[in-house]
Design a protein around this ligand. Structure first.
Ligand SMILES: [Zn+2]
Length: 67
């Protein structure tokens, strides 16, 4: 990861707030592996599919949220 990418990632993290899990209300977080990003719930491990950026993973997670 280059410095610019790291800086971009930090910017992304600071502007996107993950909603709580739609299934259990737990805390969600973004995982990064092998250049892929996905969101998951730390309580029930519900997760999104792999996305190619932190932003898209966050979007995917927040889109599935149903109050
Ligand atoms: Zn959950």
């Amino acid at each position: 990861m280059t410095f610019d990418e790291f800086k971009q990632l930090k910017d992304d993290i600071s502007i996107i707030k993950l909603r709580h899990c739609p299934f259990c209300g737990g805390h969600a977080e973004i995982l990064i592996g092998l250049g892929e990003y996905w969101a998951h719930c730390v309580i029930c491990t519900a997760s999104t599919k792999m996305e190619n950026s932190y932003y898209h993973a966050s979007e995917a997670w927040n889109r599935r949220y149903k109050p």
